[in-house]
Ligand binder design. Structure first.
Ligand code: ATP
Ligand code: MG
Length: 148
């Protein structure tokens, strides 16, 4: 159950994020991995928009974790966008991870999730990003049914 897609501009990557967001039911953990500049934040911005989060969608690099609220129409209430590049699992636990991850009203999207792999649930959905050239990225959905 693996699907690879190639995007040729950042707006396409955002659209994929938006599309994935529409399939969320609540309680999902979405892990984004891949090198610097591979497109994780770009995808996350589309994902946040697709969930109806209120912008601006900033990169959480200097915040570690940014929380967004969403409208009442959705079954879920809060979205957490985490950038684990500069942190370790304990840092995220200290931000209240256990409570956040067990609450099915939450959706969590994590850049550099591999840095905190010890605390990522088995059920997490994985998306890998690969830089092909200036505007091309390969995006691999590992355990998520994705139709283009
Ligand atoms: N097809 C594409 N998909 C995504 N981003 C693209 C694409 N083509 C060009 N870009 C550009 O590549 C950059 C991707 O940066 P982005 O911040 O999303 O990467 P990142 O994986 O989050 O990096 P970091 O690990 O530093 O946080 C942006 O400047 C974006 O405009
Ligand atoms: Mg980023």
């Amino acid at each position: 159950m693996q699907k690879e897609l190639i995007t040729e501009k950042s707006s396409e990557t955002q659209k994929l994020g938006e599309k994935m967001a529409k399939k969320m039911k609540g309680g999902e953990v979405v892990c984004l991995s891949g090198d610097l500049g591979a497109g994780k934040t770009t995808f996350a911005q589309g994902f946040l928009r697709g969930l109806g989060a209120e912008g601006p969608f900033v990169s959480p690099t200097f915040l570690i974790m940014k929380q967004y609220k969403i409208g009442r129409k959705k079954p879920f209430r809060e979205i957490y966008h985490i950038d684990a590049y500069r942190v370790n699992a304990q840092n995220i636990i200290d931000l209240g991870w256990e409570e956040i991850v067990k609450n099915k009203n939450n959706i969590i999207i994590i850049e550099w999730a591999e840095k905190i792999s010890e605390i990522i649930p088995q059920s997490a959905l994985e998306v890998e990003f690969e830089w092909l050239d200036k505007n091309k990225r390969k995006i691999r959905f590992k355990n998520f049914k994705f139709l283009k």
